[in-house]
Write a new protein. Structure first.
Length: 563
């Protein structure tokens, strides 16, 4: 039997494993990436968000690999990966639907992004990162299955049948079917999840866009077309994603990603996916218009239960990465954010361990705390979001809890990136993540926001348990936003404002103005040093409708100037 020795073996050649493999190989770490499958292949996690783009820039700069950041900007993605690799994303949009009712176009909320982002056609993007890892020196083993895993005094032994791989350390990035989690029983005794959801998803062609078959921006009032956003159709107990890859003139991809998620307790266990999807469309006539004449190009993938976590994510000679640790639900597209930050946290520890040949579990416990807390916070956020799907007014109040924390978090990440551009201090960068006050939380650092999050979740959980009415719950959320105006970058207390951001320089300036003046644990982080922070406005606006982006008044800046 052939034997090979490596510093680090990575199980799983998805986006997490290949990005980490590229980084380690570039730093001289002898790395192997092992996968039972091959590329290209279907993968979900297709929507970028502002936090994920900043994290890609941080990783690219830290390790001198500009290719890592290309998928974070639409123009770079199209240029370097391919014109079939991305749709355009100008906003997060949410449209509420009542059962057996026509959708009201005014039951829409949306948060335009400051600079265009991408819908990632993951089979192209994942294959791109795999090729990058190989080019930088990682050894690739595809279509090989791990038969057994054995702990050794100085590492781990992976039996692949015809060969054995010995590694000083193993990173398992294989997702739910993690061989390491199975071997060491890491799912047993894990915290019970709040969310109880299941999913079915596929790719289709011929899916019609919102403005084509429902209503135009002149009716919804949206500053961006919902067709150029990550569109969520919500309904009681569930939601449907529509993520197009063909929604800009430079795309050569006709496909659209479609996924239906439902609460198991309200909608029951999984049944035949095509039958369930058609029943859902029959009960939601407006949503059905998207799919008139549409056709599936692959079979449905069915996940009977989406939600899982682990008891621990670090051992003496291994760690779990990304979705091997746990998963909640694709709502809010937090998966890629958490994956990229996990890599930012674990890569320096691995590189140091290889250099010193010192493998101490305690050096990875900070990463473990982060990785488990990410799942816990996302679980609570998603569980309460499914509760908020009961009505549009409740959702309009609740979704602000998510977006306000997201704004604070991305500002913190941008400050970390600006500091690193200015001083190039690798140790300071490592500590910026390691010493985060609220590791794994939306805001990262804000005491005021985290208190708001806790109180808002408690209110929603009381409503779900029958302890208070919907109207009372909305009133509690209204009061929380009223009382925290100075601690939040936008006036989220104005529930009549359904479109909370603008893709404009004045709006970006208003965010930075807030960051440099905000109380509640944020201001000192931005006052530290003299590093300038700015938003990058990309020439990729040419891929979208800039007039539509900027046609509405800059409400956030107006509200800021009133203070």
């Amino acid at each position: 039997m052939q034997n090979q020795t490596f510093d680090v073996a990575i199980i799983g050649s998805g986006i997490a494993g290949t990005m980490l493999g590229a980084i380690l190989a570039s730093q001289g770490v002898k790395t192997v990436i092992i996968d039972a499958g091959t590329h290209p292949r279907f993968a979900v996690g297709e929507s970028m968000v502002p936090e994920s783009a900043v994290l890609l820039k941080i990783l690219a700069k830290r390790y001198g690999i500009p290719e890592l950041a290309y998928p974070g900007e639409l123009n770079s993605l199209i240029k370097h990966v391919g014109s079939s690799s991305a749709g355009i994303k100008l906003a997060f949009s949410f449209a509420w639907n009542g059962k057996n009712q026509e959708h009201n176009p005014l039951d829409v909320v949306s948060t335009p992004v400051i600079a265009p982002e991408a819908h990632l056609f993951r089979q192209d993007v994942d294959a791109y990162y795999l090729a990058l890892a190989a080019r930088l020196g990682a050894t690739i083993r595809q279509q090989v299955r791990i038969q057994d895993i054995e702990e050794l005094p100085d590492g781990m032994l992976l039996n692949l049948g015809n060969e054995q791989i010995q590694a000083s350390y193993v990173v398992d990035a294989a997702g739910y079917r993690s061989p390491i989690a199975d071997k060491f029983g890491l799912r047993k005794g894990a915290r019970e999840m709040q969310a109880r959801t299941r999913s079915l998803f596929t790719h289709m062609t011929g899916v019609k866009l919102y403005e084509e078959v429902v209503a135009g921006t002149d009716v919804t009032g949206s500053p961006t077309p919902l067709a150029q956003s990550t569109l969520h159709h919500m309904f009681e107990g569930g939601w449907l994603w529509i993520i197009p890859f063909d929604n800009h003139p430079h795309s050569t991809n006709t496909l659209c990603s479609v996924g239906l998620q439902v609460d198991i307790d309200k909608h029951g266990p999984a049944v035949d996916p095509e039958e369930e999807f058609q029943r859902f469309l029959a009960e939601h006539p407006t949503v059905a218009r998207h799919f008139e004449g549409a056709a599936r190009v692959r079979e449905w993938t069915v996940a009977p239960r989406l939600n899982y976590t682990s008891r621990e994510s670090v051992g003496d000679r291994y760690c779990l990465l990304g979705h091997a640790v746990g998963f909640v639900d694709p709502l809010f597209s937090r998966g890629l954010v958490n994956t990229y930050e996990s890599i930012a946290r674990v890569a320096p520890a691995l590189i140091d361990a290889v250099k010193t040949n010192t493998w101490d579990k305690t050096d990875f416990l900070g990463y473990q705390d982060y990785s488990l807390e990410v799942v816990r916070i996302n679980d609570r956020l998603v569980a309460n979001s499914f509760t908020a799907f009961d009505s549009f007014p409740l959702w309009n109040a609740w979704f602000r809890v998510w977006i306000s924390g997201s704004y604070i978090g991305v500002l913190r990440l941008r400050k970390i990136y600006a500091d690193y551009l200015a001083d190039g201090d690798n140790e300071k960068l490592r500590l910026a993540f390691e010493n985060a006050t609220y590791a794994g939380h939306l805001s990262i650092e804000s005491h005021a926001y985290e208190a708001l999050f806790e109180q808002a979740c408690t209110a929603m959980e009381s409503y779900a348990a029958g302890g208070q009415s919907e109207a009372q719950t909305i009133e509690v959320l209204q009061k929380l936003f009223d009382e925290n105006r100075e601690h939040l970058p936008i006036d989220f207390a104005d529930f009549s404002n359904r479109f909370l951001s603008r893709a404009s320089q004045p709006f970006a300036d208003s965010l930075l103005m807030w960051a440099h003046n905000a109380p509640g644990g944020i201001k000192p982080l931005f006052d530290r040093g003299t590093t300038p922070m700015k938003f990058d406005f990309l020439d990729s606006y040419r891929y979208g409708d800039r007039e539509a982006l900027n046609k509405a008044a800059d409400l956030a800046l107006v509200e800021w100037r009133k203070r």
